[in-house]
Design a protein around this ligand. Structure first.
Ligand SMILES: [Zn+2]
Length: 142
C-alpha cells in the first residue's frame, strides 16, 4: 500500500525553483537546492531538496543521493559557523502520518535553540526580508 501523501495542486518547492513564487534560495545547483524556510524551528533553519520533483525519500534517484547528503553537511557546517548553536538537528518526514506537509522530499537542517532542541507545533511565518537575512548570514559559510 502506498504511503499517505499530502495533497497539493501545485508543488510549492517546484514553484520556488522555477521562480513562480518568491523564496530565499540559498543555493540552486543542477541536482540540489537549499532554501531558507519561512517557518523557522531552529537557528538558521534550511531545507535541502532535490531540484527534480521527488515526493519522498524513497523516490530519490541514486545520482541525487550524494548531492543531497553533501548539501546537508555543508548546510550544517554553515549553520554552526553562522550561529554557533549547541547542536544541529537534521530531520526528514515521509507521508502525512509522519507530518510531511509538502509533497517534495526535503531535509530540515537547523541549529538548536539557545535552550536546546527545536520548535515543534505552530511557528510564525516569516516574511521574505527575514528569510533573506538568514540566507545572507549563512551564504558566506557554504
Ligand atoms: Zn516539487
Amino acid at each position: 500500500m502506498p504511503i499517505s501523501m499530502p495533497s497539493a495542486d501545485r508543488c510549492p518547492f517546484c514553484d520556488y525553483l522555477a521562480g513562480l513564487s518568491p523564496a530565499s534560495i540559498l543555493e540552486q545547483g543542477e541536482h540540489v537546492a537549499i532554501l531558507v524556510t519561512r517557518w523557522q524551528r531552529g537557528q538558521g533553519h534550511v531545507l535541502v531538496i532535490p531540484v527534480a520533483h521527488r515526493p519522498t525519500v524513497m523516490d530519490v534517484a541514486l545520482a541525487e543521493e550524494r548531492h543531497l547528503m553533501n548539501a546537508v553537511r555543508r548546510a550544517a557546517r554553515a549553520i554552526v559557523a553562522a550561529y554557533d548553536p549547541g547542536g544541529v538537528a537534521v530531520w526528514q518526514n515521509n507521508g502525512v502520518p509522519a507530518h510531511q506537509t509538502v509533497p517534495h522530499v526535503h531535509f530540515h537542517v537547523a541549529g538548536t535553540l539557545p535552550d536546546g532542541g527545536t520548535r515543534a507545533g505552530e511557528v510564525p511565518r516569516l516574511d521574505l526580508d527575514a528569510t533573506d537575512e538568514i540566507a545572507e548570514r549563512l551564504s558566506p559559510h557554504l
